[in-house]
Design a protein. Sequence first.
Length: 95
Amino acid sequence: MSLVAHSCFKDLSSTQFNALLANTHLNAKEEHIFTSLMTWLDAQNPSLDDPSKLALLSLVRYPLMAQPFIEQHVEPVLKQFEGGDALLLEAYRHI
């Protein structure tokens, strides 16, 4: 069962999710981590502010993702944030 399927997933605090993303031993594809983060962000009420969202997004290891996934899913999200272009550049630099 994936973490996202657990009922408590959406109840994680920002600090808890940050610790989860920062864990270098997290055993999941980065595409799944990104998708899980987006699911979690969408479930937050009230929504996190943009700097907090970008801080979490910066913990995803984009260079480990497939280029088509970055183009289709990551790029549209990161372009919404001031500072997101730097993350996107880092992702494409390592492909």
